[in-house]
Ligand binder design. Structure first.
Ligand code: MFK
Length: 168
C-alpha cells in the first residue's frame, strides 16, 4: 500500500482560463489583487486542496474580507446523474472553503463538527462555479462559518453553515 502511494506522481492543476477570468472580475470589483492562500506541504494529500493528491480537486483559495473565495470547474469524473456534479463533492467544496479559511487564519487545524447544507439547484459538469465562505460567529474554540456556491448564471447551487472546532 505504502509502495503504491509512493509511486503516485501527479501534476498540480492550475486554474483554468475561465476561472482566471472570473478571478480577474472579482479583483476588478475589489479594486485590488486578491492574495492566494498559501499551500501547506504537510497537507499535500488533502483531497480538496492538496497539491500531491492524484485524485484531488486541487483548489486554489483567495482571501476576501472576513472570508474566502474559490472557483471550481467540475469534470466528467465528478458526476452523479448524467451531467450533474455529485452532491457529496459539492459538500466537499463547502466544507473545505470554510475549514481551510479558519485553518489558514488561525494557524491551527479546525475540525468540522457539524455541517448543514442545502442543495438548491444542480451544478453542471463543465460549468465554473463560485465558492465563497465567511466567518459569522465565535464561541471559545467553536467557529461558525457560512458558505455558498453560485452557478455561472448567478443562481445559488448550494449553501451551508458549519461549526468548526479549533484544535487546542
Ligand atoms: C490544508 C489542510 C486541510 C484543511 C481542511 C479543512 C476542511 C476540512 C475540515 C474537515 O472536514 S475535518 C474532518 C471531519 N471532522 C472531523 O473529523 C471531526 C470529528 N469530531 C471530533 O474530532 C470532535 O468531535 C471535535 C474535535 C469536533 C470536538 O471534540 P472535543 O473533544 O474537542 O470537544 P467536545 O466534544 O468536548 O465539545 C467541547 C464543547 O463544544 C461543544 N460542541 C462540540 N461540537 C459541537 C457542535 N457541532 N455544535 C455545537 N457545539 C458543539 C460541546 O457541546 C462542548 O461544549 P461545552 O464546553 O459547553 O460542554
Amino acid at each position: 500500500m505504502g509502495e503504491i502511494q509512493n509511486q503516485v506522481v501527479t501534476q498540480h492543476l492550475q486554474m483554468n482560463e475561465t476561472e482566471k477570468k472570473l478571478l480577474a472580475a472579482e479583483e476588478e470589483k475589489y479594486g485590488r489583487k486578491l492574495v492566494e492562500m498559501s499551500k501547506d506541504q504537510k497537507y499535500g494529500m488533502c483531497f480538496a486542496c492538496g497539491e500531491q493528491n492524484p485524485i484531488g480537486l486541487h483548489l486554489h483559495f483567495f482571501w476576501i474580507p472576513n472570508g474566502v473565495l474559490a472557483f471550481f470547474t467540475p469534470r466528467q469524473e465528478h458526476q452523479s446523474y448524467d451531467g450533474r456534479m455529485h452532491g457529496g463533492l459539492i459538500t466537499v467544496l463547502l466544507d473545505e472553503i470554510m475549514g481551510n479559511y479558519i485553518f489558514k487564519k488561525e494557524g491551527v487545524p479546525a475540525y468540522t463538527a457539524r455541517i448543514d447544507l442545502r442543495f438548491r439547484t444542480p451544478v453542471m459538469i463543465g460549468s465554473t462555479i463560485r465558492c465563497e465562505g465567511h466567518e459569522v460567529k465565535r464561541k471559545g474554540r467553536l467557529v461558525i462559518m457560512e458558505g455558498v456556491i453560485t452557478n455561472p448564471d448567478g443562481t445559488v447551487a448550494a449553501e451551508a453553515t458549519s461549526t468548526l472546532m479549533l484544535e487546542r
